[in-house]
Write a protein that binds this ligand. Structure first.
Ligand SMILES: Cc1cc2nc3c(=O)[nH]c(=O)nc-3n(C[C@H](O)[C@H](O)[C@H](O)COP(=O)(O)OP(=O)(O)OC[C@H]3O[C@@H](n4cnc5c(N)ncnc54)[C@H](O)[C@@H]3O)c2cc1C
Length: 569
């Protein structure tokens, strides 16, 4: 095994410190997270299983409720599954798992019809038959269903919330999943046996800690956009599930591939936290990017111009901002004024966000900049959710199933959440993993937690150095900035999240520093092109001492041969 190690003076904890457990529950299936993926899994398992959703906030606190554009699936007879497969593989830049892409694309139309049968009100087409279909960057046909214009995710969340609750799925909200419980199965292998949970109040203080034992643990905790200071993701998306899996010894894959949405609303140099997304669907309706000097940003950059894949648009904007046209180096402008007043009805949510910033998109160009939006990498899992650890399943954005490869095709992720979640739930309805008793972990936490006061240092370092365009010096500076101690003693939601953010941030930096090429949404200024030798995945694990280990890189010899045979510029 070829591996590189991020050895630090400050190892990461292998278990989150928390007060002792004072209660316990037992269910068939425990689902961590209540977005599209988790709800779909619980709903599909429920008819014959006891299913408990554990979610750290309210039901709708994840990314799902924020999705604007919609869900991709072939519903138009002039489109084809093959087109959708091809568009997905092209966006994924050589790293997709084609078999899983084919399964996703084949099941996507069924998933959309299933949501409609559950009551999802997608916007109807003008012709009155079936839902309206729009197009987003990288899609060769109109195949995105949407709801309420730009309220698509909220409609999916509402539909699944209502159906899951009506089906008898139990919800434990304000409940923070800390770490897995692990036992040994009949074959002598480690197997997930449940999860340690902290009940928290509205301020994130612990009210009690308990254990939920289960035959199956489904991770559906979403991505890790909050690892970056500049992000479209809501505050709950802190990479908890990925960090939990790493602490349990489970591998994460492709974590360096972070998709930066090219256009979030730019609200000034000091804006932080979640930023309002200006959906790709706005460019789908003909909006054009201009720099501050009034020059088009995407002309001549890509055949699809303003509808090029996200990574292409985000890096074109970043390069243009670096040139500081008309002295402006931190944003460009999106012009949708050709839509006039129709903008307000087609994009009511975006209109509200713009108005809040004093902008009327029907008449004004919208200031925009790129921000962390979607993570292609995650816990290695199949589209049936299975991970390397029996009893542990991962679905939705927390999982890396290979359907997105090095870059996600727009609107494939909600579809993936519903497809994979439903597949996992259905499998668990049919058969549960063997029953195992959990064993008290040998390793006591030993370490403390990360001080929540360090959260902004982590996020700022990531946005500054590990953003759209990555340099070796920047990545080294990020690694240095992330050498932070885990020595904080107070056990609160904020401290657990800060610890998880640091764990994930170190994994991302280690993988991004290892991949010496540009591919999909990972862009290195020192290696601006993809390299054949890098058509491979990087896996990241935590070793027994809490250091990050990256495996999967080509060996030095292969890299030397690739460098010697590369065409000279
Ligand atoms: C602004 C925005 C717009 C988007 N637009 C689109 C779009 O148009 N189309 C598309 O396909 N995708 C879109 N995406 C991406 C898509 O929304 C997400 O990939 C998808 O919703 C993820 O679903 P999920 O169920 O995996 O996770 P989420 O919906 O993020 O849910 C994660 C859940 O886990 C919970 N959780 C997290 N940590 C813990 C913990 N420790 N303990 C307990 N619970 C926990 C959270 O509270 C939440 O309930 C968009 C994303 C954003 C942010």
């Amino acid at each position: 095994m070829i591996g590189s190690r991020d050895v630090s003076g400050h190892p990461l904890p292998l278990r989150l410190a928390a007060p002792p457990a004072t209660w316990s529950r037992d269910v068939d299936v425990v689902v961590l997270g209540s977005g599209a993926a988790g709800l779909s899994a619980a709903l599909a398992a429920r008819p014959v299983r006891t299913a408990l959703i554990v979610t750290k906030d309210t039901l709708d606190a994840g990314s799902t409720a924020w999705a604007q554009g919609g869900l991709a699936g072939v519903l138009d007879p002039t489109d084809s599954l093959e087109n959708h497969v091809r568009d997905t593989l092209v966006a994924g830049a050589g790293l997709c798992d084609e078999a899983n892409v084919r399964t996703l694309v084949a099941e996507a139309p069924k998933a959309l019809r299933y949501l409609m049968r559950l009551g999802a009100a997608f916007d109807p087409s003008h012709e009155g038959s079936g839902p309206a279909l729009t197009r987003e960057g990288g899609h060769s046909h109109n195949r995105i269903v949407h709801s309420g214009g730009d309220q698509s995710g909220a409609e999916v969340q509402r539909t699944l919330d209502e159906n899951a609750i009506a089906a008898g799925v139990e919800v434990m909200d304000r409940a923070f999943a800390l770490d897995l419980l692990v036992g040994t199965n009949a074959a002598g292998r480690r197997q997930a046996a449940g999860v340690r949970i902290a009940r928290i109040d509205g301020e994130g203080r612990v009210t009690s800690v308990g254990v939920v034992t289960a035959r199956a643990v489904v991770l559906a905790t979403g991505g890790y956009g909050q690892v970056f200071a500049s992000t479209s993701n809501p505050p709950a998306v802190t990479g908890d599930g990925l960090a939990l899996a790493l602490r349990a010894g489970v591998a994460a894959r492709d974590v360096e591939f972070v998709q930066f949405h090219p256009t979030v609303l730019w609200r000034g140099p000091d804006a932080a936290g979640q930023q309002a997304l200006i959906s790709e669907a706005v460019r789908g309706e003909g909006a054009i990017l201009f720099d501050a000097a009034g020059e088009r940003v995407m002309a001549g950059v890509h055949p699809q111009e303003d509808l090029a894949p996200r990574d292409v648009v985000a890096s074109a904007i970043s390069r243009r901002m670096a040139l500081a046209p008309a002295g402006v180096d931190d944003h460009v402008y999106l012009d949708a004024t050709h839509l006039g007043e129709r903008f307000h009805t087609r994009f009511p949510g975006i209109t509200a966000a713009c108005r809040d910033a004093g902008i009327d998109p029907a008449h004004d160009r919208i200031p925009v900049a790129p921000a962390a939006h979607y993570v292609c990498g995650g816990v290695v899992a199949g589209l049936d959710g299975r991970t390397e650890l029996p009893g542990l399943y991962a679905v939705g954005e927390v999982a890396c199933t290979g359907v997105h490869g090095a870059n996600r095709l727009a609107s494939n992720s909600l579809t993936e959440g519903v497809v994979a979640g439903t597949r996992v739930g259905r499998d668990l309805a049919w058969e549960l993993p063997e029953d195992v008793a959990w064993e008290e972990a040998d390793a006591e936490p030993g370490l403390g937690l990360v001080d929540p006061a360090l959260r902004s240092s982590i996020r700022t370092a990531m946005s500054k150095h590990v953003g759209v365009l990555r340099t070796p010096d920047g990545l080294a500076a990020a690694a240095e900035a992330l050498q932070l101690p885990a020595a904080h003693e107070a056990t609160t939601r904020a401290a657990w999240e800060a610890t998880n953010l640091l764990t994930v941030a170190r994994a991302v930096v280690a993988a991004a520093a290892t991949r010496t090429e540009s591919r999909g949404c990972h862009r290195r200024t020192d290696h601006p092109e993809p390299r054949e030798v890098w058509v491979r995945h990087l896996d990241v694990r935590l070793d027994a001492t809490g250091d990050v280990v990256v495996t999967g890189a080509p060996d030095d010899h292969a890299l030397a041969v690739a460098a010697a045979t590369a065409p000279r510029p």
